[in-house]
Design a protein around this ligand. Structure first.
Ligand SMILES: Cc1ncc(COP(=O)(O)O)c(C=O)c1O
Length: 419
């Protein structure tokens, strides 16, 4: 008798699906496709020479250490560098407050493992990052969705949800994936205060905060909460995470968590069970690449290029979209979010767009509970050069023009409602 695999799987995998984005990425690997689908950095900006030199130096000078097992917490010099780096963004952290992870995706998984019991509720934005829904879903979370508007997660519904004692609240403060919106300072304060009042932790996921193209950086929820904890004498309540994926290279799979030390200790234990530690070699190379001010300089370069690409996409949308389509105007990050008129389905648009060699991610991928995300499209602007962005948006505009229902042509344009 042979194994019937379907009967052997744990109940937690029952509802699991492959990520729409990862499936789409397979299609968009062909060079002729103009892809607005993945959250991919511009490959021509990867500092390859600096990586080559760093790899040679690490292997030449400290190869015995770099190729050896190392501690779960992460390479000390890298953690110190991250501690210095995050102070520019308003966070006070020492090496011991930092855990290195194999991408933020691993941090999300570990947080899910640490905090979610089967069936427990997690407060998320609607829409929110698909990878977080996948990670938390694997621990059988139920999602409580909070609508977003152009100022980020709305705060009015939150108190009632916190009264249900959810496991935690997942917040993307800056240039949210997928909607591109940024949480205002006032809302950050409200969320932090409410979460403290109800004893519900906040998980703050901030891969994009370093990529701001206009306006002032806003304090992380982690920092606002730390100030409150210092004055009320209570425990800090925020787990913060960020990554090198959007600033150095996603292929490194290198990110960090900053959290109260007792929480880090637990995450550390869980990480031991997952992968013992993040690659020593990769950590040491990333440290060599980033040191001496290079990380900051490189981020400045990225900001200039991505600002231009964002503007190219906004300009192309103005030129080529039918008037009843609207979109967000992000101050940073990698995405904008477009809303189609009533009666249109972005999945159908995608099928047409792929025939014209253009890809994007349909909005329904980003909602935690069955909800109508079908009128939304997430468009990435970091990966393609401005002329390709213009060409791709022109093709997409053509598809939308052909597909729109006749009634839609008469509807007035409105600001995107986000979801
Ligand atoms: C909001 C958010 N969190 C986490 C991640 C995962 O990042 P990493 O490459 O560090 O695993 C992404 C990647 O796009 C993201 O957008």
């Amino acid at each position: 008798m042979t194994t019937t695999w379907e009967n052997q799987y744990a109940s937690r995998v029952a509802g699991m699906k492959s990520s729409t984005i990862r499936e789409l990425l397979k299609l968009t690997q062909q060079p002729e496709v103009i892809s607005f689908a993945g959250g991919m950095p511009a490959p021509e900006l990867f500092p390859r020479e600096r990586f080559k030199e760093a790899a040679c130096r690490v292997l030449g000078e400290r190869g015995e250490i770099a190729l050896q097992y190392s501690t779960t917490e992460g390479w000390p010099e890298l953690r110190e560098m991250i501690g210095r780096h995050v102070t520019r963004y308003g966070i006070q952290a020492e090496a011991d407050d930092i855990l290195i992870t194999t991408g933020s995706q691993q941090a999300l998984d570990l947080v899910g493992k640490l905090l979610i019991d089967p069936g427990e509720e997690v407060v998320v934005g609607a829409p929110t990052y698909l990878g977080a829904l996948q990670a938390f879903g694997a621990y059988q979370a139920a999602f409580l969705s909070v609508p977003l508007d152009e100022m980020g997660m709305t705060t009015e519904p939150v108190e009632a949800l916190l009264k249900r004692r959810p496991s935690f609240m997942y917040v993307l403060p800056n240039f949210q994936n997928p909607a591109g919106v940024t949480l205002t300072l006032e809302r950050r304060m409200i969320l932090v205060q409410l979460a403290r009042a109800y004893g519900v932790p906040i998980v703050e996921d901030d891969p994009y905060g370093q990529l701001r193209y206009e306006g002032e950086h806003l304090p992380p929820l982690y920092a606002l909460d730390a100030e409150l904890a210092a004055s009320d004498g209570g425990q800090p309540n925020v787990i913060y995470m960020s990554t090198f994926s959007k600033t150095l290279a996603p292929g490194l799979r290198l990110a960090w968590v900053i959290a109260p030390r007792q929480v880090l200790g637990r995450l550390n234990q869980l990480k031991q069970g997952a992968d013992l530690h993040t690659s020593t070699l990769v950590q040491m190379i990333a440290f060599e690449v980033g040191r001496g001010g290079f990380l900051d300089e490189h981020i400045q370069r990225l900001r200039a290029v991505y600002r231009e690409r964002r503007d190219a996409m906004l300009g192309a949308l103005d030129s080529f979209m039918p008037p009843e389509v609207s979109w967000s105007s992000p101050q940073g990050g990698l995405f904008l979010w477009a809303e189609l008129p009533e009666g249109m389905d972005s999945q159908v648009v995608l099928e047409e767009a792929l025939k014209k060699q253009v890809a994007f991610v349909p909005g329904s991928a980003f909602f935690g509970v069955p909800q109508d995300g079908r009128r939304f499209m997430r468009l990435n602007f970091s990966n393609a050069r401005p002329e390709r962005i213009r060409e791709g948006i022109q093709r997409l505009g053509g598809c939308l023009g052909r597909l729109r229902p006749p009634m839609a042509a008469q509807q007035p344009t409105s600001a995107p409602s986000i979801g």
